[in-house]
Design a protein around this ligand. Structure first.
Ligand SMILES: Cc1cc2nc3c(=O)[nH]c(=O)nc-3n(C[C@H](O)[C@H](O)[C@H](O)COP(=O)(O)OP(=O)(O)OC[C@H]3O[C@@H](n4cnc5c(N)ncnc54)[C@H](O)[C@@H]3O)c2cc1C
Length: 498
């Protein structure tokens, strides 16, 4: 059957795709290479679903040697590469580019070693966060950072985003729980950083790689710290008549020297959405809800709970309920962990922001968000890692309405500007990606950005790894001044700019 004639540009793209696919298949005969436009649709977006762009092609290696061959080829032929784990990034970090190879790491899904003597596990990057905890639960251990997406997101994606979770207040973020990695540079060199031991000599390159958003290398193995399960853990639900009261309670708990295992806050719209979804037993007649968890020996836990409740009473708490069983504790958290999908049930789409502020500025930032909500005519539900000052305002909108999407973007950008104005930062745990890229100059000077760019260039001089993410200017390595917006568009026409 004769093929229908293709439009010229399309035919060029197809020819380029097929040539690269054939080369890659020769280099990695056992590796799936996806070129069918229908199958590529599965990769066109990540958790930031407002933006879509199918990749040139997708390749799914399963060994470090294959990754090295693929990257060396792409480097030699100046082909851009976007690494991808499970695609749950909320900042568009894994958003494909039209002329880039999407390097899917999902087949790196094996747990290589559980080393209880050294309290660590060696895993491949496509292993999900929760699978690590499940693999060591029998021995009384877990992997501490617990993003709400932990059932799906991969440890490679967690390393790239420096992911956090509700228990990171006490146990640290990904960066505090990763001991070593194996990575491949864009030139195809295999490098090991850190290991099973606490400290590596020389510069902290491991620290640099954690949170580098797929811009500096591709992670092919991760050694994570394992944390013993606490003897006891109890959570309390505390309802407040205002978010200001809840915010003050958070600050008072921390300043009393108590470090809860987790301290999360939800405002009224988030409480109602989560309760309707999970039936966690949340009070519905309060304006703000705190979930505070303490862990340790039972006597210590009981005493800390009493102290937290005393502090809450002094801050006008209206309802207080402590978990009486492990099952009830899990239920308290289930509502919070399902807050994003719960909000997804009450709105066609939601745009999840991620900024961090000094804790004591919380009341003022929340009233600022309420004011912006009125100005943009869009509702907003708020979920916070309150102990860390990390806000997740969820802006409700309908992506089918271009005007609503535009307003949601501007509303979100204003929230992040507000975070920076009160002394906070643009991101807490979701990364910069494409979402916050153009806001980077709100926080960093031109010199700051140039220094960061030089680091990127030390690893990837041709800027082939995940370009168009994080940096608002695509200044070439070694060039003295940033490109203008028009130059960027000319040089990189397919990089979305929002
Ligand atoms: C419902 C929901 C809840 C969430 N809750 C949280 C939360 O509580 N805390 C939190 O921190 N995040 C949360 N997230 C965001 C997201 O899950 C995290 O950012 C996670 O770390 C992404 O992992 P991933 O495997 O999906 O990576 P992807 O989305 O595939 O990629 C993310 C970034 O990592 C890079 N990358 C992926 N794999 C590699 C690799 N092997 N080597 C180099 N770079 C790589 C990609 O290029 C991209 O820049 C949530 C997301 C959703 C949808």
């Amino acid at each position: 059957m004769s093929q229908p004639e293709m439009p010229r540009a399309n035919a060029d793209v197809i020819a380029r795709r097929e040539a690269i696919a054939a080369d890659l298949q020769r280099l990695c005969p056992d590796t799936p290479v996806i070129v069918s436009p229908t199958e590529l649709r599965a990769y066109e977006s990540d958790g930031l679903t407002a933006y879509r762009q199918p990749p040139l092609l997708t390749i799914l290696p399963s060994t470090t040697q294959e990754v090295a061959r693929i990257l060396r080829y792409c480097h030699d032929h100046a082909i851009r590469v976007v690494p991808r784990g499970a695609g749950t990034s909320l900042s568009g970090g894994a958003l494909p580019l039209a002329d880039a190879v999407l390097l899917g790491m999902a087949r790196f899904n094996r747990i290589l070693d559980i080393d209880l003597d050294n309290r660590c596990a060696v895993v491949q990057p496509g292993v999900t966060n929760l699978a690590i905890t499940r693999a060591v639960a029998h021995a009384g251990f877990h992997y501490a950072p617990d993003p709400s997406s932990q059932i799906a997101c991969t440890i490679g994606g967690n390393v790239a985003e420096n992911a956090g979770g509700v228990h990171c207040l006490k146990y640290g973020l990904t960066t505090n729980n990763v001991l070593g990695i194996e990575m491949v540079t864009i030139e195809g060199e295999i490098v090991r950083l850190g290991g099973r031991h606490m400290e590596a000599e020389g510069y902290d390159l491991l620290g640099l790689m954690v949170g580098s958003e797929g811009l500096m290398g591709v992670v092919t193995e991760v050694t994570v710290r394992l944390t013993p399960n606490p003897i006891t853990a109890r959570a309390v639900l505390i309802g407040f008549p205002s978010v200001e009261d809840a915010g003050r309670c958070v600050a008072d708990v921390i300043s009393a020297g108590i470090i809860p295992a987790g301290m999360e806050m939800m405002d009224k719209p988030a409480i109602h959405a989560a309760e309707a979804f999970v039936h966690a037993g949340y009070p519905l007649d309060v304006e703000a809800l705190l979930i505070v968890e303490v862990d340790g020996p039972p006597e210590e836990v009981d005493e800390l709970i009493e102290r937290v409740l005393d502090i809450a009473k002094r801050n006008r708490a209206e309802s207080m309920r402590a978990s009486q069983s492990e099952q009830e504790r899990q239920l308290f958290w289930a509502g919070r962990k399902a807050a994003f999908p719960a909000v997804g049930r009450i709105s066609p789409d939601y745009y999840c922001m991620d900024g961090t502020i000094p804790r004591h500025r919380l009341p003022e930032v929340l009233s600022g968000i309420a004011e912006l909500s009125g100005r943009y005519g869009l509702d907003c539900a708020n979920v916070f890692h309150a102990g860390d000052g990390n806000l997740h305002p969820l802006i409700l909108y309908d992506a089918n309405d271009a005007d609503q999407l535009h307003r949601a973007e501007r509303f979100g950008a204003d929230i992040l500007r507000l975070c920076v104005q009160v002394g906070g930062v643009l991101t807490g745990e979701h990364g910069v990606g494409v979402e916050k890229r153009d806001l980077m100059p709100e926080m960093f000077s031109k010199t700051d950005l140039e220094v960061q760019m030089r680091l990127k260039c030390a690893f990837d001089e041709k800027q082939l790894l995940n370009p168009g993410k994080v940096f608002p200017s695509l200044k070439g390595c070694g060039e003295l001044s940033p490109f203008s917006a028009r130059e960027i568009e000319k040089r990189f026409p397919d990089i979305p700019r929002f």
